[in-house]
Design a protein around this ligand. Structure first.
Ligand code: HEC
Length: 309
């Protein structure tokens, strides 16, 4: 379908005359990717495609958006100025509607329901890859949990010549700890379209639209997207298996035994530096290092170790 953008003036490609069409001015090298990330939390790929007009400058069709994401369409519409929706305006409309309208767990309990047994249960050692980081995302110490099966599945794909990529539905949780108290919980959940959904909960388990950041709070999911789908490298992952220098919030480290600091595994997996899947931590690297350290292995572990030798 051809969409008439009705540009108001020659050489002024930033203005749409159709009140149902808002030009997306994201100042991004990949505006379509960013739009697909934001909108994909609300609808299917076909619905997202219906709401984006690529005929001319990338634009949002508010009428089509209101079919599958009515509250987002309302929140976006009031932020359109002169036919243009900026990245800040769009991110604010998303932040305002995301928790209730997007397809994500709306409490911390619902998040854990997705995961089945908890990592502090008796099966913890067997079923989970858990590690702690003092890093760049937050001043809190973070305890990361990901199911061991999810890591093995991603590694199995890599070992067979594919990408180190986590399956749809994979959940990664990061608990933010301060003197033993859990201040916030963050999570990433892989969506059917391949992007991750980002969620955050406060101390009581209620959803929040931003987390504690330094110096400013970090908005969910706009700021999460910025780091997780950007190209910047972060400490201490960047220096691993070496130790990183302290940052503004103090020492930065992945708190694992020295035997997990295996340069060979880091080099082959390139888990932090490669940006194919939005995951920034090192769960697969640590899992393989643990296997190499003499953990009991099964046949899939043997395939994985074989590929990393
Ligand atoms: C300043 C950059 C930055 C921002 C902003 C950021 N992250 Fe992260 N995130 C990281 C880095 C680096 C890691 C890996 C180390 C770690 O776990 O702390 C990470 C790891 C994670 C992980 C564990 C899975 C993984 O990728 O290793 C989750 C879950 C997560 N972040 C959620 C979020 C959420 C939710 C937000 C938005 C509120 C967010 N992040 C914003 C940098 C960032």
């Amino acid at each position: 379908m051809l969409v008439a953008l009705g540009l108001a003036c020659v050489g002024c490609a930033t203005r749409s005359a159709d009140p149902e069409v808002a030009i997306l001015s994201f100042e991004s090298r990949q505006p379509e990717r960013m739009a697909a990330f934001f909108l994909g939390a609300y609808g299917t790929s076909a619905e997202v495609a219906s709401a984006l007009s690529k005929d001319g400058p990338l634009a949002l069709r508010l009428d089509s958006l209101s079919v599958f994401a009515p509250s987002l369409a309302v929140a976006a519409r009031i932020r359109v100025k002169d036919g243009v929706l900026t990245r800040e305006g769009f991110a604010a409309a998303i932040a305002e509607t995301y928790v209730l309208s997007a397809d994500i767990p709306s409490t911390r309990d619902e998040l854990w329901d997705l995961l089945g047994d908890m990592p502090d249960s008796e099966e913890a050692e067997r079923d989970w890859v858990t590690y702690e980081v003092s890093g760049s995302m937050t001043r809190f110490r973070r305890r990361i949990h990901i199911r061991r099966d999810a890591v093995r599945d991603a590694l199995g794909r890599f070992a067979r010549g594919g990408e180190l990529r986590y399956a749809n539905g994979t959940v990664v949780v990061g608990e933010h700890l301060e003197a033993g108290v859990m201040r916030e919980t963050t999570a990433m959940i892989r969506r059917p379209d391949g992007f991750w959904s980002f969620v955050a909960f406060d101390e009581s388990g209620a959803p929040i639209d931003s987390i504690d950041g330094t110096p400013d709070r970090l908005g969910v999911p706009g700021d999460c997207f910025g780091c997780h789908y950007g190209t910047r490298l972060f400490e201490p992952e960047r220096s691993f298996p070496g130790q990183a220098r302290p940052g503004p919030a103090g020492p930065r480290s992945i708190h694992v035994p020295d035997s997990y600091r295996d340069a060979g595994v880091v080099q082959v997996l390139q888990e932090h530096a490669r940006r194919s899947d939005g995951l920034l931590g090192l769960p697969a690297t640590l899992y393989v290092a643990r296997l190499k350290g003499g953990e009991p292995t099964d046949s899939l572990d043997q395939v994985i170790l074989g590929a990393l030798r």
